[in-house]
Write a protein of this length. Structure first.
Length: 405
């Protein structure tokens, strides 16, 4: 059993690493081509059908790149397809979802205090939300609304806000954020697999057959690519959010997720504008900073965080607090079954992240983490498996903040 646990832990690490690598490859190529596309320039004497060109220098050499909106007059001898970065990112992400969230559904996916369900039901519901998210998005894009890029994106944002709210009523806050990211990433990857690449293959087939390709296929693919461009940064935030309980484990987590999408759009708008040489809209950074401050406030409503106490002599302050005896009982009763030298919780063989909370010194050393993860947010215990009460959470807050003062 111990050997299997070690294998599973390394498997979890492997799929996370693979997902990170493939994600970097996909996002990197996506960012590059968006910047390239926006930087294209027209000049007299360009080949027939060429929309624009750009000269670039990198690695000691010069590159001369030309873009054809539909296709060149003849099929190139060698054509590189950019698709496997997207496919590999989605497949590795789904593998990580299975290894971490489905195999550990009782800890990371299902919270009986949010919605009581069995593990199989939780997994089926998870798969359904991901699939339905893509179907709704695709139908909206193919509807008459899809003729307006701005109108479509506004409606899609409203749908994403509703999904964010709905997911927090189905799963743990951690899983809700991850699923919102998974739905968005599925939309992005399915855009490549179901629309962009098939449309490009139609154009290539027409070219080989000697027919003039229909420009509508390139226009549709361009719209989906635009969506992918603006969704990238929010997806990165959502995929990393499981490390930040103040984002996913607080009362207004769905609002925080919704604002993150706006911040991502603002930042991408800045870079897209600069790459297109249409100005320098620095106001986007101010707007993003203001929204980020709002997020910080939302994460601590109704009382703002007092901040981290200086490290010097903090252990003595926490242990000397009048609240400490009750805090010790709470932590030992609610946390130490996992965070101990010899964990007693089934399936946990080593204290997560090496955090030991079975001694006074260990509790004092990790006071800030206890405060953020179990006091100010509901990130811990996962899915509240040990049934920590609101009164106990309030005690942890009073203990940390009192010692800080």
């Amino acid at each position: 059993m111990m050997d299997f646990a070690i294998f599973w832990d390394w498997l979890s690490f492997a799929v996370r690493w693979l997902h990170l690598i493939t994600g970097i490859a996909w996002i990197g190529s996506s960012f590059y081509f968006v910047a390239l596309d926006l930087g294209l320039r027209q000049r007299p004497g360009m080949p027939a059908g060429a929309f624009g060109e750009e000269w670039q220098v990198h690695g000691g050499g010069f590159y001369h790149i030309q873009k054809y909106l539909v296709a060149p007059a003849e099929m190139p001898e060698h054509l590189t397809w950019f698709k496997w970065e997207s496919y590999a990112t989605w497949l590795s992400g789904f593998a990580m979802l299975c290894v971490v969230y489905y195999a550990g559904a009782d800890l990371f996916l299902i919270d009986p205090n949010v919605l009581a369900m069995s593990v199989p039901v939780g997994i089926l519901l998870s798969l359904a939300t991901i699939g339905v998210g893509w179907v709704v998005y695709d139908l909206l894009c193919r509807s008459p609304l899809g003729r307006s890029d701005t109108g479509l994106m506004l409606v899609l944002y409203g749908v994403l806000v509703f999904i964010a709210w709905g997911l927090t009523h189905l799963f743990t806050g951690r899983a809700a954020f991850l699923h919102l990211g998974a739905i968005t990433a599925t939309i992005m990857s399915a855009n490549v697999f179901m629309v962009i690449i098939p449309n490009q293959k139609i154009v290539v087939a027409d070219l080989i057959a000697g027919r003039k390709p229909d420009p509508k296929y390139g226009k549709i693919a361009k719209q989906r690519s635009l969506h992918n461009n603006y969704l990238t940064l929010p997806v990165l935030f959502l995929m990393l959010s499981n490390h930040y309980p103040l984002a996913f484990g607080t009362q207004f987590n769905w609002v925080i997720a919704s604002l993150v999408f706006i911040i991502g759009v603002l930042i991408r708008h800045y870079f897209n504008t600069v790459h297109a040489r249409k100005g320098n809209p620095t106001w986007t950074w101010l707007a993003a900073a203001i929204l980020f401050v709002v997020i910080i406030w939302l994460s601590t409503v109704p009382k703002a965080l007092t901040g981290e106490v200086k490290a010097s002599s903090t252990a003595e302050l926490y242990v000397a607090s009048a609240h400490f005896p009750a805090v010790r009982d709470t932590v030992l009763g609610r946390c130490s079954m996992c965070h101990a030298t010899e964990p007693s919780y089934e399936g946990i063989y080593h204290a997560p992240k090496g955090v030991m909370l079975d001694t006074d010194a260990g509790i004092a050393e990790h006071a800030r983490e206890i405060y953020l993860q179990a006091g100010r947010s509901h990130a811990m215990p996962p899915a509240n498996v040990t049934q920590i009460t609101d009164k106990e959470r309030a005690l942890l807050v009073a203990w940390f903040e009192g010692a800080g003062k």
